[in-house]
Design a protein around this ligand. Sequence first.
Ligand SMILES: Cc1cc2nc3c(=O)[nH]c(=O)nc-3n(C[C@H](O)[C@H](O)[C@H](O)COP(=O)(O)OP(=O)(O)OC[C@H]3O[C@@H](n4cnc5c(N)ncnc54)[C@H](O)[C@@H]3O)c2cc1C
Length: 415
Amino acid sequence: MQLSPEDEQFRRRVRQWLEQGLTGRFAALRGAGGPGREEEAHAGRLAWNRHLAAAGWTCLSWPPEHGGRGATLAQQVIFHEEYARAGAPTRVGYLGEELVGPTLIAFGTPEQQRRFLPAIKAVDELWCQGYSEPGAGSDLAAVSTTAALDGDEWVITGQKIWTSLAHVADWCFLLARTQAGSRRSEGLSYLLVPMRQSGITVRPIRQLTGTSEFNEVFFDGARTRRDLVVGAPGDGWRVAMGTLSFERGVATLGQQIGFERELGRLVEAARRTGAADDPVLRDKLARAWIGLAAMRAHALHTLEGGPEPAGPGAASAGAASTGAASTGAASTGAASTAPSVLKMLWSRWHQELGELAMEVLGAPSMVARGAPYDLDDWQRLFLFSRADTIYGGSDEIQRNIIAGRALGLPRQARP
Ligand SMILES: Cc1cc2nc3c(=O)[nH]c(=O)nc-3n(C[C@H](O)[C@H](O)[C@H](O)COP(=O)(O)OP(=O)(O)OC[C@H]3O[C@@H](n4cnc5c(N)ncnc54)[C@H](O)[C@@H]3O)c2cc1C
């Protein structure tokens, strides 16, 4: 990516602000949060996220008329890279900033935008995403949670699952069936629902890592106002797919800086444990470095709008692109395979890094540091990265998308 002198100046400004910002009460937050460690220092990270907001470092990509900075692509990339490089804590408001905020900008009414965007930007309200259900994950169109109008309110009944951060969220954006008897993607609506009400029960799910960052959420006559539907009632599928298309855009480059740091720490550990003298492990470490370089090149190429390799599916790509719903970000109708390729590259890479870490650290990595379940960072990475190939659209779903869009293979028969 070509950076101008202004971009370099922007980088210096971000770097300097972060260096100064991550001192005093925020110094201890470096490295806190992130996948598998969302429970860490929540109150401190919330305060940090609000501090970022007050200085204008949230919602960089949003247009100025909606309170954003209207940052260029290069500036967004720089911000995420510098943020990761500084080891700044994972933001607690990212679901609002990166998913529901852009959705409201694209599909919301002016009233909805005025009501919600300032609070998202200031991190005054936190959000969670209520898509998945026990019977609707990869096959999102199987959503069975219902919402029916009762006067001026929607009444919601059903269950969501794997809802990240629902236990700290003020609001949930969810997909519910509002047209009785409708099937698949028809008759769904995209609702904004306040979480703190008696009709909602949030039950944490304990994960392999011993922590609980996602939840089951039960809606038992929960209510939200009639006008808090985004897009028209019954048009929720289109809006929901729009949200998925915002998932992990430029933030992916920040994620890669985090990966680079993890690999750097693993190389140091390999030197310390002697694993660096083992030819097989040396080979795997070198391959990890190559994988990271390939991922970065792919991400930059994609963000800059570079062409995809021509495949036999190019002509029929549009036809193969939607349908069997997936929570993969790529299922929006734009026939690109790039998000699927990137998702597969990083999720596989990260899982393999966790496995490699266990090999580098050897037998001690099999024992928890303390009772009853006090894991170190590597053990946590190894265990949590099992989820990498599931959330944001599983590997199998990404392969199906690539098979249809790039290779032009027929859509898989539904059992
Ligand atoms: C850490 C984490 C956080 C999450 N956070 C959220 C959240 O905040 N909000 C939310 O709504 N959801 C969230 N999810 C849920 C996530 O989107 C789903 O887990 C995912 O879409 C897969 O759905 P499922 O778990 O129901 O698995 P299923 O869809 O039942 O799939 C089970 C297995 O079958 C495979 N499979 C399914 N269909 C096909 C097919 N057509 N062809 C080939 N193989 C197939 C899958 O790849 C998978 O291996 C989260 C998940 C995780 C792990």
